[in-house]
Ligand binder design. Structure first.
Ligand SMILES: Nc1ncnc2c1ncn2[C@@H]1O[C@H](COP(=O)(O)OP(=O)(O)OP(=O)(O)O)[C@@H](O)[C@H]1O
Length: 274
């Protein structure tokens, strides 16, 4: 019974997902070797959960995020969202999916279009999804800017990304991710380009968004302390394999896999504490 309950609470599920890329080195060699970024991974994320994905550079974290928001497709395996296999989504179903899942990228300098004002950046998804009227869209944008701490929203309307600080840009990226009120957000190292004080403020903002909207998050980071601060459960990924999944506390206090133990050892000290 308990098992059936926990199954029905699953929002996102990856089953035996593999992703191979043609190696970037192929230009310099005669053969075209492949990089196995993900090697048959299984993962399930419950509704309302903040789920951490932690691993060192090149372990497959961003690839996982990009597959989940359907920026890329798996080489093998399947991803389910609300039990629907996302590989089969097309036309209106795919458009709906694109409104329900969003990604916040590591680098707000690159993820925002420098030619769009902040208003245009946030209006675009509402227009593409044909949500509201011009008036209600404008109201929604102002309200969303207020929600992410860019207040009053009107003051940011006509500004461009280059007129904002790094922290403010990442707030705009978060606003763009939440303006459609998605069910699931992939946050890929959202604070790694920012200093620790700004990072804490953004963590608090993401928590507040989760409380207000009840969204589910995949929080990608190489920093175990940040994952512990933010997440309910953490999966540790190494070389395209998930080596361990547990509650955030158990991963830190009782790591089981040698790689997790090594990760904890090499972390420079836990900056983020409650
Ligand atoms: N488009 C691509 N073409 C070829 N190889 C790729 C591509 N994207 C990723 N890779 C390779 O796949 C592996 C996993 O990369 P990925 O970006 O998912 O790792 P990551 O854990 O997010 O690393 P980082 O923390 O440095 O961003 C790496 O070996 C990477 O070089």
């Amino acid at each position: 019974m308990e098992k059936a309950d926990s199954k029905s609470r699953i929002l996102v599920e990856m089953k035996q997902v593999t992703k191979a890329y043609a190696s970037r080195k192929k230009l310099f060699t005669r053969s075209s070797p492949q990089v196995l970024a993900l090697n048959s991974i299984d993962l399930s994320i419950a509704k309302g959960e903040v789920f951490g994905l932690v691993g060192q550079s090149g372990s497959g974290k961003t690839t996982t995020g990009r597959l989940l928001v359907k920026l890329e497709s798996p080489t093998a395996g399947e991803i389910f969202f609300n039990k629907t296999p996302i590989s089969q989504l097309k036309g209106p179903g795919l458009k709906t999916y694109r409104s329900r899942v969003q990604m916040i990228f590591q680098d707000p300098y690159q993820s925002l279009n420098p030619h769009l004002s902040i208003a245009e950046t946030l209006l675009e998804p509402l227009i593409v999804q044909k949500i509201g009227t011009p008036d209600t869209r404008t109201e929604k944008v102002i309200h969303t800017l207020d929600t992410v701490g860019l207040s009053p929203g009107e003051a940011f309307f006509n500004r461009y990304p280059h007129q904002l600080s790094g922290g403010q840009r990442q707030r705009v990226a978060i606003a763009r991710a939440i303006v459609l009120e998605p069910q699931f957000i992939v946050a890929d190292e959202p604070t790694s380009m920012l200093d620790a004080t700004i990072a804490i403020q953004l963590f608090q903002l993401l928590e507040q968004i989760k409380e207000t909207f009840g969204m589910t998050f995949l929080f990608i980071t190489h920093n175990l302390a940040a994952a512990r601060y933010m997440c309910d459960r953490i999966a540790v990924i190494h070389d395209g394999h998930i080596v361990e999944v547990n509650t955030a506390d158990n991963i830190i206090r009782h790591p089981e896999h040698p790689y997790t133990k090594q990760l904890i050892k090499v972390q420079p000290g836990f900056k983020y504490t409650r």
